[in-house]
Design a protein around this ligand. Structure first.
Ligand code: TRP
Length: 329
């Protein structure tokens, strides 16, 4: 079986965008690949963060992974900072990566513009750490959002440079982008994200989902209930298409285009669909959250398994780059 690697930064509770854009795809892929799903805490410190929140964020991220259906028996669920090889390989890769490659990365330019007072080297080096994450496991498949593709391209370039400089060791990883594309937030404008306050969290109750959806942006041209709407420009219809049953989707399209239903009705139905899918996840999430030590053990076990693979790869790297000093046993 081919290897797969992916990760999410622990920045608090995961939301519907993470679920539809990443987790749901991972759950399907874990059947076909030997998968490593990592919580990438080293990546999360490249932007300002509160050290005393990290404990909670890592725990919640792990609970969301498990509650959504990642299987810690079938796959490896790991914590990046508990596997020292990630940071070590990053240093080695740093020394073959031209700085100019990193300065060209679009996410770096965006982040640098957003955090002008904190353009730290980690921010610039972010894609190299990501490369190390992937190639330590010789992973060939990397499910990511579209915004991450430049990072995968860079990883491939670093791999080529390593292989030609020191000898063939790593396969070139390939990004797998889901069919769904980016999930827009409830404002209908930006990508769904925690910091933009436009998301539905995976652990929210039906009432909370309804409260948020009732205020969400729909077809802006539909002002009165008696006006027919255009589902194809309505952000909530795209959520219906991802969350509702085929019959319901048809009913919404029909009702909206004929002004048979108003936006509130459509939002009620969407609340039902989202709640139906998230309810079992929410239930499991709180069970895991109440057993943090159990979740911690899963991460420790997963990180140990990951460490066996990673340390072995790092040993091969050390051999190739000339660190196998023969007078030191
Ligand atoms: N940068 C990724 C994101 O923000 C997270 C990530 C870190 C990752 N390391 C990775 C994804 C390795 C895939 C593979 O989504």
């Amino acid at each position: 079986m081919k290897r797969l690697f992916s990760g999410i930064k622990p920045t608090g509770d995961l939301h519907l965008g993470n679920y539809l854009g990443a987790l749901k795809q991972w759950i399907a892929l874990q059947e076909d690949y030997e998968s490593i799903f990592c919580i990438v805490d080293y990546h999360s410190i490249t932007s300002a963060y509160e050290p005393n929140k990290l404990n909670e964020y890592v725990l919640k991220c792990a609970c969301n992974y498990l509650a959504s259906g990642l299987d810690h028996v079938k796959s490896i669920i790991s914590l990046q900072s508990r596997i020292p090889s990630h940071a070590e390989l990053t240093w080695i890769l740093n020394c073959i990566t031209p700085k100019s490659w990193l300065e060209r990365v679009p996410t770096f330019k965006e982040k640098a513009a957003k955090q002008e007072d904190n353009i730290n080297l980690g921010l610039l080096d972010y894609p190299v750490l990501m490369t190390a994450d992937i190639i330590l496991y010789k992973a060939e498949a990397v499910p990511v959002g579209e915004d991450q593709l430049p990072h995968i391209e860079l990883a491939r370039e670093i791999v080529r440079r390593f292989n030609t400089t020191f000898g063939e060791l790593f396969p070139e990883p390939k990004g797998i982008v889901g069919k769904i594309g980016r999930i827009k937030g409830l404002d209908g404008a930006d990508k769904m994200g925690k910091s933009l306050n436009n998301c539905i969290f995976l652990n929210e109750t039906k009432d909370e989902i309804w409260r948020k959806l009732s205020k969400a942006v729909t077809d802006p041209a539909r002002i009165r209930k008696i006006d027919p709407g255009n589902p194809d420009v309505c952000n909530l219809f795209s959520l219906h298409k991802l969350m509702s049953h085929e019959d319901k989707i048809q009913e919404v399209r029909e009702g909206c285009t004929t002004a048979g239903i108003g936006c509130l009705k459509c939002k009620r139905w969407l609340t039902d669909s989202i709640d139906k899918e998230l309810e079992p996840i929410r239930e499991k999430y709180f069970q895991y959250l109440q057993n943090p030590n159990y979740v911690g053990e899963i991460l420790v076990e997963g990180s140990k398994k990951a460490n066996l693979i990673a340390a072995d790869t790092l040993e091969q790297v050390r051999d190739l780059i000339g660190f196998n000093y023969d007078f030191i046993k």
